[in-house]
Design a protein around this ligand. Structure first.
Ligand code: 13P
Ligand code: SF4
Length: 359
């Protein structure tokens, strides 16, 4: 087995040989051994944008998870290939909404609400998918007047959707949907969870009649670990601590924190602090540890005392990066992510609506 140093050398040599022909994108949750080789590091929104801004690269090597690589392929130029170094790097939240279940829910909602717009031209339901979803779901949104959001623009996207629809079907992450809609003033009673096992036609139709946002039952197993108890403990042990969490955390955790925002929001908040500050962060551990190393003037720790990595992000190991880069040097494209045209076209429509939806 190659030592880590050997792997780093092999990656550097391959990248040098490939020059501008390859661009390595890395998400903030990647381990340090990968981040050091990334040409661009960012949150999922920034990485989707970055994939569009490297028209001269023949290959985009995406160090992140499967749905991010799919998005890059949808937005990349024709002829550019997108490579995911380890095909087992998925996202368990994205897997919680499959296209068949969403189509089924959509058909039932059409039966309940009809499909005709109201007097102001707003359709009964607008589908909104979190970036953390399969390309098929993004395509579904593109075909049905819907849109994609990320954790950095969810409120802007929901506003876009409320202008065009009477209510929203939000999937897969219930927490991002609930936290965002609550901050916009939507009452919790108007955010029922879609229950696939409860047929429509009874009582008050599962609370759907007054719904503004219908939430899917997905969640992130990393962010679900954060608790209000951890925040209370941090406040007791570190008076003056600033608590920042990702909006994939459950609502009581977001409510108990001082701030909530995307991975880029968290990074910028730390970088902008001018006075030495204690930060308790509720997000993935690789990112928190990197912030702690990068900003030694602050005390920065993860709210969860038990290490909480995203196990699938962690599957991008330097060995895989070396493997796909060396293959490119030999003229071989391994682990290419290709979204078929009939899915990519409507998915691009939904993504472009997001990229154009400015606050
Ligand atoms: P960001 O959009 O904040 O990068 O988050 C992506 C993600 O997967 C968080 O779990
Ligand atoms: Fe998916 Fe959660 Fe990992 Fe983000 S942290 S990629 S939502 S499993």
């Amino acid at each position: 087995r190659a030592s880590t140093e050997e792997l780093h050398d092999r990656i550097r040599v391959a990248k040098q040989e490939l020059g501008d022909r390859v661009v390595v994108l890395g998400h903030f949750y990647q381990r340090d051994e990968i981040v050091q080789h990334a040409d661009f590091l960012g949150d999922s929104f920034q990485l989707a944008n970055a994939a569009q801004t490297v028209p001269n690269a023949e290959a985009i090597v995406f160090c992140g998870v499967h749905f991010m690589a799919e998005t890059a392929d949808i937005l990349a130029q024709p002829g550019q290939s997108v490579i995911l170094p380890n095909l087992a790097a998925g996202c368990s939240m994205a897997d919680m909404a499959d296209i068949d279940s969403v189509e089924e829910a959509w058909a039932q909602l059409a039966e309940l609400y009809g499909t005709e717009p109201d007097e102001s031209g707003r359709v009964p339901v607008i589908p909104v998918t979190y970036m953390n979803s399969s390309a098929a779901l993004k395509g579904f949104c593109g075909r049905n007047g819907g849109i994609v959001c990320t954790s950095s623009n969810a409120a802007t996207v929901l506003e876009w959707a409320f202008e065009r629809g009477q209510r929203v079907l939000f999937f897969p992450d219930q927490h991002l949907g609930r936290n965002t809609a609550k901050a916009m003033g939507v009452p919790l009673e108007q955010m029922p969870m879609w229950n696939p096992n409860k047929p429509l036609g009874g009582n008050d139709e599962q609370g759907l009649l007054d719904a503004r946002v219908i939430l899917w039952h997905g969640f992130c197993s990393v962010h679900r670990r954060f608790t209000v108890d951890q925040i209370e403990k941090a406040r007791a042990e570190h008076p003056g601590v600033r608590v920042i969490v990702h909006p994939e955390c459950p609502m009581p955790v977001v409510d108990a924190a001082d701030e909530a925002g995307s991975t880029d929001y968290i990074r910028k908040a730390v970088a902008a602090a001018t006075e030495p500050t204690t930060f308790a962060i509720g997000t993935e551990i690789n990112m928190v540890n990197r912030l702690a190393a990068e900003f030694p003037q602050h005390e920065i720790f993860c709210l969860d005392p038990v290490v909480c990595p995203c196990s699938t992000m962690y599957r991008i190991h330097p060995g895989y990066l070396a493997w796909v880069l060396e293959a490119l040097v030999r003229g071989e494209t391994l682990n290419q992510i290709t979204v078929p045209d009939d899915v990519a076209e409507p998915a691009r429509v939904a993504l472009e609506r997001m990229l154009a939806a400015k606050p």
